[in-house]
Write a protein that binds this ligand. Structure first.
Ligand code: GUN
Length: 288
């Protein structure tokens, strides 16, 4: 069975739109997200446009502050400091990657944790590990929501996460492990021995390594649930743009053994913006 991320994300956006309308009808101003884009990377610009459009559709205010690629670290830190103290700003998102003269980690750490709707601040990462309220990064939150809304039983199951990134692997490990969720979790990475054997033991596979078609049919236990976080470009002359996007999972072959599987595109991807909107609405509510 296909896990339709596009459909599930659209349901969540509609819920957020209703909740935002309710929030405003109670006399509150609409939630507001400040998006900061530094430089002119086309992919980043396109992501940021998607986020702005989604905010607008849900009644969430947002502006994109576009800064030149030559912006200094100090200029960016000054801007963040201003947004931190601006009581009209509920959420702050600095689109990554940043130009090389700016230290990403220093910038993320400068954001007020109560406005860090990306959930990248060390305080929010700590809260995820501790299972305390805070902001969960959008992609791991989206993965958990896909599992929940697809009725996947997690408690006591073996979950194998491929990839140990700070943005996906490490937080999703902690979310799966949380009391009340109760998976037994294994993380695989480039140094893992006998990786196919480890993956074959999984009831739930989360693939987030950024290698096209890495997870093949022989690695997947029949009936396993497969969540594909990868977005990889592979050459495709039949497409006008010369490439197509594929996941970390060999979907065409794995689909016949998995009990549930997310497609790429249309799986995890659409969920991330929905989770960002959720965090922005939560930021506004928590402030009030
Ligand atoms: N660049 C790629 N993904 C993300 C994300 O989730 N948040 C931010 N801020 N930048 C990104």
């Amino acid at each position: 069975m296909l896990i339709d991320g596009k459909q599930i994300a659209s349901e969540i956006r509609s819920e957020i739109r209703d909740e935002t309308t309710q929030w405003v009808s109670e006399g509150n101003r609409p939630p507001y997200l400040a998006v900061v884009l530094v430089g002119d990377d086309p992919a980043s610009a396109s992501y940021v446009r998607g986020k702005a459009r989604a905010c607008q559709e849900c009644g969430i205010g947002s502006d994109t502050i576009a800064l030149d690629s030559s912006t200094s670290e100090k200029e960016l830190l000054d801007l963040i400091s201003k947004l931190n103290t601006d009581s009209e700003v509920d959420g702050i998102l600095v689109q990554l990657p940043l130009p090389s003269q700016i230290d990403d980690q220093k910038v993320i750490s400068a954001i007020d944790p109560s406005k860090d709707v990306d959930g990248f601040h060390p305080v929010n990462i700590g809260n995820v590990v501790l299972g305390r309220p805070g902001f969960t990064p959008a992609t791991p939150a989206g993965i958990m929501e896909l599992l929940r809304r697809s009725g996947v039983e997690i408690s006591g199951k073996n979950a194998v996460v491929l990839g140990r990134s700070n943005i996906v692997g490490k937080p999703v490990l902690n979310l799966l492990l949380q009391k009340g969720t109760d998976a037994t979790v294994t993380i695989c990475h480039s140094r893992t021995r006998n990786l196919p054997d480890v993956v074959r033991n999984a009831d739930i596979i989360i693939a987030a390594i950024g290698r096209a078609h890495f997870v093949t049919k022989d690695m997947v236990k029949p009936g396993a649930v497969v969540i594909d976080v990868g977005i990889n470009r592979i050459d495709d002359d039949s497409r006008e743009r010369g490439y197509r996007l594929v996941g970390d999972v060999d979907f065409d072959n794995v689909v016949s053994v998995a009990s549930k599987i997310t497609p790429v595109p249309g799986g995890v991807g659409p969920m991330t913006i929905a989770m960002l909107l959720r965090n922005t609405l939560d930021a506004a509510r928590r402030k009030a």
